[in-house]
Design a protein around this ligand. Structure first.
Ligand code: AMP
Length: 304
């Protein structure tokens, strides 16, 4: 197993200008693992309730995602409700029900605990810390994501976690909230001061900015004519980003730059349909073609 991910597995209620879904499979770990599965072997750590549809577990398995760490507990699956009505880039949370995540104790097998790449997808930072502390060997690369809720209610666990990771992936607004800095390079420097040596600041339809040791890199978002459901864009980005790094098994400036474009490629698919509907049905030629479109989007002649 190349990548281990822990994060939410959810049923989401979502409303966007394109329509409404009452209960669709989602969660940070779902989007991440399906996206990363196109590049490498993924193991999923999480918890589901007794209302979880077996067809959803079968969908992960059809992507060769190892679900031995996805345990079923008594109670209901995590639920999130959100809308993107005023601003398509910003989810407004209407409701969060942790349900079985409330007292989740992650269980790692030997194969999980020795994974060389670890992604701590958005979930309570105390759970992210437990998984990191359960690793038998320090992975080659540890990255995490988070959100405003955890910055507000679990700030000290989150700061402790961030001090132990290599890369923080975070939305622009949340980066500003976390660091108190308004200007992106200042926010990146404040994140470096907490511990990481790279950070990806996600800016919705404006793309991402990657800050590394003595370099920065910008990748645009793909100019889609229609965004149907932005839910999961960040996690799908992370799946492509980490999936690519794990597949080349290298974390240097060149691979980080390409990984940011692979991540943007996967995010562009995720938003084309509700939930996982588009991203779960991709082919490698689809991904290759969209990646080339990104290359063309930013190709220009050298200055003579
Ligand atoms: P994003 O990639 O940021 O759009 O993530 C969307 C996913 O995050 C949704 O499928 C939600 O189920 C999940 N989510 C929302 N709030 C939380 C939370 N507090 N903890 C973990 N996952 C969450």
């Amino acid at each position: 197993m190349k990548i281990l991910v822990v994060g939410s597995v959810a049923y989401d209620a979502v409303e966007t200008p394109a329509g409404k879904r009452e209960s669709q499979l989602g969660g940070s770990a779902s989007y991440f693992s399906v996206s990363a599965s196109y590049f490498t072997e993924v193991g999923l750590i999480g918890v589901i309730g007794d209302d979880f549809d077996p067809a959803d577990r079968a969908m992960y398995e059809s992507h060769d995602i190892d679900t031995s760490g996805l345990i079923e507990a008594d109670g209901k699956t995590f639920r999130w409700a959100g809308e993107y009505m005023e601003d398509i880039n910003t989810a407004v949370t209407l409701d969060t029900q942790l349900n079985v995540f409330g007292d989740f104790e992650p269980e790692l097998s030997e194969a999980h605990a020795n994974a060389p790449y670890l992604f701590l997808a958005n979930i309570d930072p105390n759970i992210q810390l437990k998984v990191l502390d359960s690793m038998a060997t320090r992975p080659k690369m540890v990255a995490n994501d988070t959100m405003n809720l955890w910055i507000d209610i679990a700030n000290s666990a989150l700061t402790d976690l961030i001090s132990k990771v290599d890369t923080l992936l975070i939305n622009e607004e949340e980066a500003k909230q976390l660091t108190g800095e308004e200007h992106l390079p200042d926010a990146a420097n404040a994140i470096f001061a907490l511990g990481p040596n790279s950070t990806v600041i996600k800016r919705g339809e404006y793309g991402v900015t990657l800050f590394g040791e003595n370099f920065s890199f910008a990748a645009p978002a793909y100019p889609l004519e229609k965004v149907t459901d932005p839910t999961g864009a960040g996690d799908s980005f992370a799946g492509g980003f980490m999936g690519y790094l794990a597949s080349v098994d290298k974390v240097d400036q060149e691979s980080l730059r390409t990984a940011a474009v692979v991540g943007s490629t996967m995010a562009s698919f995720a938003v084309e349909d509700f939930g996982l509907d588009r991203i779960k049905n991709l082919t490698h030629p689809d991904i290759g073609e969209r990646f080339e479109a990104f290359v063309n989007l930013t190709r220009f002649s050298p200055l003579k």
